[in-house]
Design a protein. Structure first.
Length: 177
């Protein structure tokens, strides 16, 4: 459905913050509230009070469009010599940290079921399986371009993903754009 996504890669960041991987993680339900800079700053302050500094804001496509529309003036928005118009790549919060806007089509973004993930990227790591950080498999022949594949086996680890104490990120659900 429109409110679900495919999070099978590395269990996904979403699963670390929705209580699937870490049962102490409790998402904030916005209850259909519209996305605003005030809501973003409130979540950001909560994360900072726990000792982390968020630097990523992850949205679906509708969410990143709403975030880009926060600034009504054009002063803070970068203009490029290569692109026509203006692009919003970062949002500066009231707490002086800058949030990089990232989007993923797998993140639910239909109102009122929109999702925001506010994260401290320094606490997200890949844990490689022993002896499987990167290896290759060579084909016995070079027919049909089937030559070599590079593979790795790893899992995603998010430190302090629970909202019990010292959390480093927050999942906000139930947003409207």
């Amino acid at each position: 459905t429109a409110t679900q996504g495919d999070y099978e890669t590395l269990a996904g960041l979403y699963s670390w913050f929705d209580g699937t991987v870490n049962p102490t993680a409790i998402p904030v339900n916005a209850g259909g509230a519209p996305f605003s800079i005030g809501l973003l700053n409130d979540i950001n302050v909560n994360i900072q009070r726990q000792g982390a500094v968020a630097d990523w804001a992850l949205f679906g496509l509708n969410g990143v469009g709403a975030a880009a529309g926060i600034y009504g003036d054009q002063i803070r928005i970068e203009q490029s010599d290569y692109d026509r118009g203006f692009n919003v790549k970062r949002i500066n919060t009231t707490s002086e940290n800058s949030l990089r806007l990232l989007y993923d089509q797998a993140i639910p973004d239909t109102a009122p079921n929109g999702v925001l993930l506010l994260l401290d990227s320094g606490l997200i790591t890949l844990n490689f399986a022993a002896g499987a950080a990167f290896y290759t498999i060579a084909a016995p022949t070079f027919n049909d371009g089937d030559a070599v594949r590079g593979l790795m086996k790893c899992s995603l680890a998010v430190r302090n993903s629970g909202t019990d104490v010292g959390y480093a990120g927050q999942l906000v659900t139930g947003l409207s754009w």
